[in-house]
Design a protein around this ligand. Structure first.
Ligand code: FES
Length: 343
């Protein structure tokens, strides 16, 4: 028996190691040839101190100089001492390069292309060695556009446990991936991607959550919902999905399906276009108040274009009810995300 430990490095790269309950995370990492920061390996120096964002563990033996009670209460731990009781997600205080690792490279076959509308395409891949690909719901990969030397960042819209992986793409004029998907792509094409990456991923839900999606920013939230369908949350979850025009609305039926199987999940959508047929017209901020934020006792997950992220941030500030956690990811068309948004 072993547990899966996600090691999230400062540069956004995530590597996964298998760790038995009778060994430490440091031992498992070294077995996987990942050199997480270590010095004493004895719970004395604090060099390996990392934040555990999800999971339970035996913290082992250490002295107060290495880890104070207050730090332990905040979720910090010492991987040289920690043995897992469940899957873990750890923030490692170094770059992946410093740990002598980096993003993994995967080859895949294009299995499906679904044109939702003129503005949005979804593509699905069969990944070679799928069992080697682990990711946290909400993370992204950099996909090389076939026939070019360019890469684009896309968040998984599928869940980590699903065999095929899928991605939502907003079609943009002169976009490399847009041109490929709308003009040249054929089922059976070979693609390559690197990852997974990013600090925008679902943490353990210990309070109500508000999920906010802008356009194809819905993708990582779909991945999170898929995880919630497998591991039902104990708190309410509300998803607000905003788009520019009616044609940008996708996966409403999928959201309905999730609302049927995830206890406490509700969702709504809005369209900015005043000519829209949608019941709610306007931006997501128009549908957020102190109540949707549970007077601040909420975790917010937001993925959308930069202007939306800033608008939501300003709106929350104006409400005066700062959420306990505000996880966000900005995306822009034709972008390769090389930096990671802090939570
Ligand atoms: Fe010194 Fe972990 S390496 S406390």
């Amino acid at each position: 028996m072993s547990f899966q430990v996600a090691l999230n490095f400062e540069d956004g790269i995530t590597r996964f190691v298998e760790c038995r309950p009778d060994e430490t995370v440091a031992e498992a990492s070294y077995r996987a040839r990942i050199n997480i920061p270590l010095d004493c390996r004895d719970g004395a120096c604090g060099t390996c101190k990392s934040l555990c964002e999800s999971g339970t563990y035996d913290g082992g033996d250490y002295i107060d100089e290495a880890l104070t009670d207050e730090e332990a209460e905040q979720g910090y731990c010492l991987p040289c001492q920690v043995s897992p009781h469940s899957d873990l997600v750890l923030r490692i205080p170094s770059s992946s390069a410093a740990a002598k690792t980096g993003p993994a490279v995967f080859a895949a076959t294009l299995a499906d292309i679904r044109r939702h509308s003129a503005s949005t395409v979804e593509f699905t891949l069969d990944v070679d060695n799928r069992e080697r690909l682990d990711f946290l719901p909400g993370q992204y990969v950099n996909v090389v556009v076939p026939g070019t030397d360019q890469a684009r960042s896309y968040s998984f819209s599928s869940g980590p446990a699903q065999r095929q992986v899928s991605f939502l793409v907003r079609i943009v004029e002169n976009g490399a991936m847009s041109a490929y998907l709308t003009e040249r792509a054929r089922v059976g094409d070979r693609l390559e991607f690197t990852g997974p990456m990013g600090s925008f991923y679902l943490r353990a839900l210990t309070r109500p959550a508000l999920l906010l999606a802008g356009g194809t920013g819905l993708a990582p939230l779909l991945s999170m919902l898929e995880r919630m369908a497998q591991q039902p949350p104990e708190h309410s979850v509300h998803l607000l999905y905003g788009v520019t025009t009616d044609q940008d609305l996708v996966h409403l039926d999928t959201l309905e399906d999730y609302a049927d199987v995830i206890p406490g999940l509700t969702f709504d959508h809005c369209v900015a276009d005043p000519m829209s047929n949608a019941r709610n017209k306007g931006f997501v901020t128009g549908f957020m108040n102190a109540g949707t934020l549970h007077d601040g006792d909420a975790d917010v997950y937001l993925c959308g274009p930069p202007a939306m992220v800033e608008a939501v941030r300003a709106h929350i500030a104006s409400l005066g009810v700062a959420p306990v956690n505000f996880h966000h990811e900005k995306f822009a068309p034709a972008a390769v995300r090389t930096t990671v948004e802090a939570a």
